[in-house]
Ligand binder design. Sequence first.
Ligand code: IPD
Ligand code: CA
Ligand code: CA
Length: 254
Amino acid sequence: MEDSRSARAALGVELARSAGEIARRWFDTSALAVEHKQDGSPVTQADREIEQHIRNAVSEHFPDDGFLGEEFDETIGTSQYRWIVDPIDGTKSFVHGVPLYANLIALQEDNDIVFGVINIPNADVLMHAERGKGCWKNGTQVHVSDRTELDGAYVMATWLEDWHPDVIVDLHAAGAVLRTWGDAYGYMMVACGQAEAIVDYTTQAYDLAPMPVIIEEAGGRFTTLDGARDFDGGNGIASNGTVHDSVLKIVNQG
Ligand code: IPD
Ligand code: CA
Ligand code: CA
């Protein structure tokens, strides 16, 4: 089982890199046409091309695996593995020329996420983790920060429209430094100790699928806002572990 997991993880890293190459070809070009989905969120040829590229490679190498991606219908597999892919996480950044978007690939084995990768092509950062093998950023093992207090802790948001103003006021009063270095970029920052927490109030499974293994292998904690260890609960919080309960207490009162 370990071998087949690692073979998939190796493919996942390779595919995250090639996804980044496709994204970079489109990034900040006038050729990029932006459409809007029914929910009003933007989508581009790059989102679809990347997901199709990853789907093709997975079905060629592991035809029995399931596949859930943001842009096309789910493929139900017959093996114990399911790939969960967000071809471009942070499409709003991508279409506005902000280089903090990411390519996300996760591997679910039965009910556990056992591998995840966050690739940030324009920053030349690739972070990946496999269950039991640590979290790695460009080949160097990384850990969450050891800050224990909210005072001075960096707390990230992706967008503020769904934050209750009291939560912002109370985090600020507790001494937290609030920034919107969000989407997967914020989770990458937490995993490598550059920030202490990130909170997302509205998410889908593919937005957060790599985070349980990335954050936990870096020594941190990832839960829903109810404190459940679940990437598919419609929201999420990642932290260095020590500030987790303090942040949860404030965000849940809003
Ligand atoms: C977005 C990001 C973000 C979350 C949004 C998503 P997208 O994904 O994952 O963190 O808060 O709800 O829409 O659409 O840019 O892939
Ligand atoms: Ca996303
Ligand atoms: Ca996306």
